[in-house]
Design a protein around this ligand. Sequence first.
Ligand SMILES: [Zn+2]
Length: 187
Amino acid sequence: MIAEILDALVDVGRQVHESGLNAGTAGNFSARLVDGRVVMSKRRVRKATMTSDDFVVFNPDHPGREALEQASTEYRLHLASYRADDAVRAVLHTHSPALTAVGLRRSSFPQLLPELETVVGSIVINPFESSGSERLADDVGRAVGRGASVVILKRHGVVTVGMSVAQALDRLELAENGARTILLAER
Ligand SMILES: [Zn+2]
């Protein structure tokens, strides 16, 4: 089970790089196992070439200092998302350009593509908060608790949640594609 999840997360790293949804060491990924433990990407990992060694596994109730020192500096927003909704099994944070660009221009996501809401769910734009901060994590947790599937982090990137790694990746790809379409229409 854990091997499958690690393979899926490693694959996400390659896919988001190849499709231009993320670049370099930006972003971080996690999944919640059936036993409640969380698998999270380590800090400063190049996503295109990551392996299963680039993840740390810990109990979110008692993570221990060593695990948190290794885990992505955005671990708080991942844990807040899991706390906010029991159904969430995967959290992907990426610096996807089109979604981030929509967030630079607006304070709410334009409801121009009805299908996007059906297939992705609610996409919200969060006001700017510093990377890795408690406030950012609180905001993301609150948005996920209210049913958001995609939370755009103003002047930063995007967080996508799903009931599986595959669902989170699908949502990210569809939301980014929708954002790209909206930006093209606004030119
Ligand atoms: Zn980031």
